[in-house]
Design a protein around this ligand. Structure first.
Ligand code: ATP
Length: 442
């Protein structure tokens, strides 16, 4: 079961099959940085696409944006990140290792049992310099959240889209936090990707929208195959709230190290727009034509991590099964997330089979991420596809040359069905969407 599943199994599968590699590996690696390999990048793109489809494409009240990582340092002063984006940190007086005090169960060093210093507030923003002169005046920050790029463009989006509230602005992009204790593989890293949406509403309707977005976001994970028993809601106590938040609830996932945040849904009130209006001197209020009033909208923010979701999807999909007396590792990933949708497997490397198999591969590539594999036994090839979660394999055998039919083998049921080559594309499309085909319909 999941609680017993060692994170090590996922880390090793990720390395072995090209999902995720340690960054800078040939130079001995760099703490908490990871690179996505050829299979991992497909999964990551599919997660981002699924989020964008649900949050932007399928709605008429949310628009997308892509803002720069480097922004005016004034933004971080106004948003409160320079003074408040801190974690309490303690240092061991003996071995000098540093810890985030909120994560410690005892007041002794977890490494050497040494005495700890009193907590000191540590700012999590990465600092660098813009331009060739490294001086205070040129200090800028790598963004620790994508949200501020949205707030400072609120007026631009409203005036160019001519949309009314409630309106959401969504963004996917990299964020950086100089975390004191990164770890647990890609769960907490210093460079990561976020999927954030700021939903601007009229004050008074904010609590209702907060509930709405919490439910929508919970549904998103369930619809993509996360088991409900591995998800739960946790409301933040008043003492835990971020400096900008009026209320916050987390969607937590049962990771191997215990229940931990997967996504946060926050009611940011009108804190950010108020701060930016005051500090920039620009009026960021919204004109409500119906009531003929100007106001600063409240904001509901569902904020998810791409990498953290990817880890949850992998853990949830992972299984070890016995099939016909042999064990197999399989990822039961939702078909829309599966990195490779179809793999074409010619039964032999003989030329006439290879020609037909390559033709089929070329045709399927236009519609799906399709792989081709002709090495080793067919059993081994199926196992390799199971391990990376490929929902369908298409096998071409010698009979295919005679009857123009091929076999589709399904990852989850292991069912094998024979279908005409001319209908292959259509059938795979329907199967990936979860539509059922009876044999007579083929
Ligand atoms: P935590 O309490 O775990 O540090 P947080 O409450 O600071 O997280 P938020 O600021 O709410 O996190 O960020 C929103 C989402 O971004 C998180 O739910 C998570 O999925 C992702 N995220 C935040 N920090 C990291 C990180 N260091 N590494 C990977 N993902 C992160």
């Amino acid at each position: 079961m999941l609680q017993k599943l060692e994170m090590d199994k996922i880390v090793s599968l990720c390395k072995r099959r090209g999902f995720i590699y340690p960054s800078s590996e040939i130079y001995g690696g760099i703490s908490s940085c990871w690179d996505y390999g050829p299979i991992g990048i497909e999964l990551k793109r599919n997660i981002k696409d699924a989020w964008w489809r649900t949050m932007v494409q399928e709605r008429d009240d949310v628009l997308g944006i892509d803002t720069s990582i480097l922004m005016s340092p004034e933004i971080w002063k106004s948003s409160g990140h320079i003074s408040n984006f801190t974690d309490p940190m303690v240092e061991c007086k003996s071995c000098h290792s540093r810890w985030r005090s909120s994560e410690l169960k005892e007041d002794k060093c977890p490494k050497c049992n040494g005495e700890l210093t009193d907590p000191k507030m540590f700012n999590l923003m990465f600092r660098t310099f813009m331009g060739p002169v490294e001086e205070q005046a040129n200090t800028i920050y790598l963004r620790p959240e994508t949200a501020q790029g949205i707030f400072v463009n609120f007026a631009n989006v409203i005036s160019t889209s001519r949309k009314k509230l409630p309106l959401g602005i969504a963004q996917i992009g990299k964020s950086f936090r100089n975390e004191i204790t990164p770890g647990n593989f890609i769960f907490r890293t210093r460079e990561f990707e976020q999927m954030e949406m700021e939903y601007f509403v009229k004050q008074g309707t904010d609590e209702q929208w907060f509930d709405y977005w919490f439910k929508e976001r919970y549904k998103w994970y369930i619809n993509l195959g996360i088991k409900p028993e591995n998800l739960r809601l946790r409301q933040h106590g008043k003492d835990e709230l971020a400096h900008y938040a009026k209320a916050c609830s987390d969607i937590e996932y049962l990771f191997p190290m215990g229940w931990s945040e997967l996504e946060g849904i926050a009611n940011r009130g009108n804190y950010d727009l108020t701060q930016h209006s005051e500090h920039s001197g620009k009026d960021l209020s919204y004109y409500d034509r119906e009531s003929d009033t100007h106001y600063l909208p409240f904001v509901i923010e569902p904020s998810a991590g791409v990498d953290r979701s990817l880890l949850a999807f992998l853990l949830d999909a992972y299984d070890e099964e016995i099939v016909k007396g042999e064990s197999r590792v399989v990822l039961h990933l939702h078909p829309s997330l599966a990195p490779i949708k179809v793999t074409v497997l010619p039964l032999s490397k003989k030329e006439n089979l290879a020609v037909l198999a390559k033709e089929i591969h070329k045709q399927l590539c236009r519609s799906f991420t399709t792989h081709y594999d002709d090495s080793q036994s067919i059993g081994r090839r199926y196992r390799r596809q199971d391990e990376i979660g490929t929902p369908f394999c298409v096998t071409i055998d010698f009979q295919s040359l005679e009857d123009n039919q091929v076999t589709i083998r399904e990852r989850d049921t292991l069912a094998q069905i024979r279908v005409p080559i001319k209908n292959l594309d259509l059938i795979l499309h329907a199967k990936l969407k979860g539509e059922i085909f009876s044999t007579s319909e083929l």
